[in-house]
Design a protein around this ligand. Sequence first.
Ligand SMILES: NC(=O)c1ccc[n+]([C@@H]2O[C@H](COP(=O)([O-])OP(=O)(O)OC[C@H]3O[C@@H](n4cnc5c(N)ncnc54)[C@H](O)[C@@H]3O)[C@@H](O)[C@H]2O)c1
Length: 336
Amino acid sequence: MSIENLNIAPALRVGVLGFGGLGQAAAKVLAGKREMTLVAVADQKGYAYAAEGLNFKDCIAIYQSQGSVGYLESVGTLTNNSIQDLIDTAQPVDGYFLALPNLPNDFIPSVARQFIQSGWRGVLVDAIKRTSAVEQLIAMKDELQAAGITYMTGCGATPGLLTAAAALAAQSYAEIHKVEITFGVGIANWEAYRATVREDIGHIPGYTVETARAMTDAEVEALLDKTNGVLTLENMEHADDVMLELAGIVERDRVTVGGVVDTRNPKKPLSTNVKVTGRTFEGKISTHTFTLGDETSMAANVCGPAFGYLKAGMQLHKRGIYGIFTAAEIMPQFVK
Ligand SMILES: NC(=O)c1ccc[n+]([C@@H]2O[C@H](COP(=O)([O-])OP(=O)(O)OC[C@H]3O[C@@H](n4cnc5c(N)ncnc54)[C@H](O)[C@@H]3O)[C@@H](O)[C@H]2O)c1
């Protein structure tokens, strides 16, 4: 019997919260997967739910033309409380990818709390970026465990794919000296990834999450005009550090993250990579480098791992393993 014939498990029913740049990309990724079906989507103004699966093209078309999937005929609902209403209405959903802005810096933890309080059980995955945000979620470990939720945090590109690569690279060494993450992102226009760009601005000296959140679109435009659309980021507060520390791999102050984001050109300004330097058991100092292909987009490198971790989280959940896990301690599973 072929492996294909053994695979008789029904597709996982997946929801995507947030339907901006990453949420829409997530819906496109799922359209090519038979192990997962997109059944629920929420944005700021509404949600859509269909037990048999949502048509991703319809969702994207209506979101782009009218600003919310809530306008979708028969499956859409307009509401200012879309996440709570979706949790209450959409049943069953096995897992959600939280493609939401983390603005303010405790927004995604507050969504996790909504899930805990609702009595929903399943797998949650985020692509959250800041160390302080991941620490808030880790502090909720016992509540998540008691609620029967398996929460996978920091499961995008960085943190996420690159943190996992660093954890894998660490295996050659007796001692890790440093982990250096450098990312290059190219997008055609900043409006396609508003939260991502705003959160990146929050890392520039002189800005905070709150000041970046409060900026008008015109102010973001004016800032980007000054740099020809390019944001250069150094020594970012990125959760790769706490994740690698918690996994026992390296102390957080030995992890650095920086990058260049071009908001006016889809070509990557530099190749995204992680360098892991350490000492082998023979006393040799060496560096492993993991470099992403320049043709892969930010969306591919975030959404692919997010669903890979959702699948891994589902396997834990089925075994009764709840609580919180990071991309540095669990391997993502390839989603067919
Ligand atoms: N880990 C990584 O590698 C990585 C990389 C890129 C982006 N990200 C993160 O992904 C997140 C999403 O980024 P984006 O650029 O796609 O965002 P975006 O601004 O394009 O989209 C945000 C979406 O969330 C919805 N939304 C906002 N508030 C909501 C609410 N209260 N209820 C329901 N929906 C709400 C909006 O309607 C919109 O659809 C950001 O937090 C960003 O930091 C992570």
